[in-house]
Ligand binder design. Structure first.
Ligand code: 9G3
Length: 583
């Protein structure tokens, strides 16, 4: 392909608004352009990469007998009423009315649509198990779109839905999907890990896993064991509860309170109180006000720990929990910043790490006053003791007690066991072998396709240089003549283009009449796996060859050969170092 004919508007500089390096490289290499906040156009080069990712996903979905469909983005609001989810999503669900004033949602996902389709078309166990998937555009009105295509308001997703006659069959489909996802993410060159996740509002049986790509700007925190294969999203991650917690209980009354009231003028934050009292944050007991389904509750965690709201929600059996800040809690007339678990006239839930403290510091429920030498179980009690905190550095693995490690990750895949949440709500049934009506047991499985493209760019971009994995690179070989006016060079370029194409490689020839420096800078941005530069040695049929990334130009013995190669050597490198990576 001749670069002078292609629409690849490269940029000299990264636009200021692009914070993430993937966002910068995708803009500068002319792969995407922003049309609106969180809304992107994929230009020809970006579309080629997206298409290759899609094809890998299709191959692996088809290989596990999932069947491709294409479902509508225009979803009648009635379907969301049937599933009961039309009130679960507020401004994030984009809605519109048609010319007859009928209301629709722009599909953020397709559980309702696919379950209604199966309800109408599937009536016998003979038609199951059935797994349908699509690759289509989703709409979610994110409050804060950011990092380019990593969090857009319109994005490409592969979403699959499985329907089984029983749970064992669902378990098999789920496992097939997990294996297929592992093959997909490996083939596209991603560094990723599968983690246990929280089922959130999606409900169902609860088992769910996320596929996390390791990336510094990832919004998720993943917790992994340094020894065994325990891995979980921070939302869900647990840790070894220390032995002494097991027998921590409310103390008998014979112990006498040792607590002392201290004047802590204008000391509100944990750090201020700790340094003022010459203590550590871990000696302090934070009393936080929450509302669980509208009912106030006091949550006690150690000063160096953070509340895990997902765990808190499960511990309280609540549908929704929300922290009450100064503004939202003023009706309770409590001195925020000086709160203590005394006579609060509300339920108190204490994290395990609090109830095993020998002595701690709490607020005194009085402005500018704290208590020291506080003894949990003696000076205050609790209604519930539970694990309501995030795992933290220093915690031990729940299964092998080794140290836990913390990394940032980007969620690129998410698989769920749904059970009958949607088949029940929408009345999808099939007649079992015994002739009794049953509800299909469902699973749903997503991959963010456009997010995956951005995530791969995040993992492989280094400053102004990209290095696309060969399997998804927009082209395989970048053929760069130093001077397009030099007949000898252009002859050799044409011969090379023909021979490389005959090998089955996609070749991009930079036939623009530009200075070498400009061509090399653009070649760095485009990041094709192999680059061949045809210059003054063309007369001797010698060229310079470079493989991007960490792979070097080596001969079969693995010896790094000089960058001046003969045509035969270039074809040999292409055949043995690029071609095998394309599958
Ligand atoms: C909505 C809106 C946003 C949403 C949802 C619904 C996330 C919603 C969860 C899922 C679950 C799985 C199939 C593919 C894999 C993920 N954000 N989810 O249901 F109305 Cl506005 O999408 N769906």
């Amino acid at each position: 392909m001749r670069q002078s004919k292609l629409f690849i508007p490269t940029l000299r500089e990264a636009p200021a608004e692009a914070e993430a390096r993937s966002h910068q490289i995708l803009l500068r290499s002319g792969m995407i352009r922003q049309t609106a906040s969180g809304v992107y156009s994929f230009l020809p080069l970006g579309r080629r990469v997206l298409h290759k990712i899609e094809q890998i996903v299709r191959e692996e979905m088809d290989a596990i007998m999932a069947q491709e469909t294409l479902l509508p983005s225009l979803q009648p609001t009635e379907l969301w009423k049937e599933s009961g989810r039309d009130s679960d999503y507020g401004p994030e669900l984009m809605r519109l009315s048609d010319r007859h004033d009928r209301s629709f949602a722009l599909g953020p996902t397709h559980e309702e649509v696919i379950t209604a389709l199966v309800r109408d078309e599937v009536h016998s166990y003979r038609q199951l198990p059935l797994t349908l998937y699509q690759i289509s555009t989703k709409f979610r009105d994110e409050r804060r779109p950011r990092f380019g295509v990593l969090r857009g308001r319109e994005f490409l997703m592969k979403d699959a839905y499985s329907f089984s006659t029983n749970w064992e069959e669902l378990d098999r489909v789920y496992e097939d999907m997990v294996q297929a996802y592992t093959r997909i993410f490996t083939r596209v060159g991603l560094r990723f890990t599968k983690v246990e996740a929280d089922a959130g509002t999606i409900g169902g049986s609860g088992e769910t896993h996320e596929f996390m790509a390791l990336a510094a700007i990832g919004e998720d925190t993943i917790v992994t064991c340094t020894s065994c294969n325990y891995a979980a999203n921070l939302e869900k991650a647990i840790y070894k509860i220390p032995e002494e917690v097991k027998d921590a209980h409310l103390l008998t009354e014979e112990s006498v309170s040792q607590k002392v009231k201290v004047h802590t003028p204008d000391m509100k934050t944990i750090q201020q109180v700790a340094s003022f009292l010459e203590k550590e944050p871990k000696d302090i007991i934070k009393t936080l006000l929450y509302e669980a389904d509208g009912v106030p509750v006091a949550v006690l965690v150690r000063g160096d720990h953070d509340v895990n709201e997902i765990k808190l929600q499960h511990a309280l059996g609540a549908k929704q929990v929300e922290m009450l800040d100064q503004e939202k809690s003023k009706h309770l007339q409590l001195p925020v910043g000086y709160l203590g678990p005394y006579n609060l006239s509300m339920k108190v839930i204490a994290d395990h790490a609090v109830i095993t403290m020998e002595s701690g510091v709490t607020g005194a429920n009085e402005k500018d006053q704290h208590y020291t030498e506080v003894k949990p179980g003696l000076d205050f009690t609790w209604d519930i003791a539970a694990d309501v905190r995030n795992a933290a550095e220093g915690d031990q693995c729940p299964s092998c007690s080794s140290a836990l490690a913390f990394d940032r990750g980007i969620e690129v895949g998410h698989v769920f066991k749904l059970g009958t949440k949607y088949s029940d709500a929408m009345g999808a049934t099939f007649l079992s072998q015994e002739g009794t009506p049953q509800k299909p047991i469902m699973g749903c499985y997503g991959i963010g396709i456009s997010r995956l493209l951005g995530t791969i760019a995040e993992q492989y971009a280094v400053d102004s240089t990209m290095n696309w994995p060969a399997a998804i690179a927009p082209y395989h070989v970048h053929l760069i003549p130093i001077s397009v006016k030099d007949e000898t060079q252009m002859q050799l370029v044409q011969e090379l283009e023909r021979s490389l194409t005959a090998l089955g490689l996609e070749v991009l020839v930079d036939d623009r009449n530009e200075r070498p420096g400009v061509k090399f800078k653009d070649a760095d941005l485009l990041g094709l796996p192999m680059r061949v530069i045809v210059g003054k040695d063309a007369a001797d049929r010698q060229v310079e060859c470079r493989l991007t990334g960490d792979s070097q130009v080596v001969d079969d013995a693995g010896k790094s050969i000089s960058e001046r190669l003969s045509i035969e050597e270039v074809l040999h490198v292409a055949k043995h170092q690029i071609l095998p990576k394309l599958r």
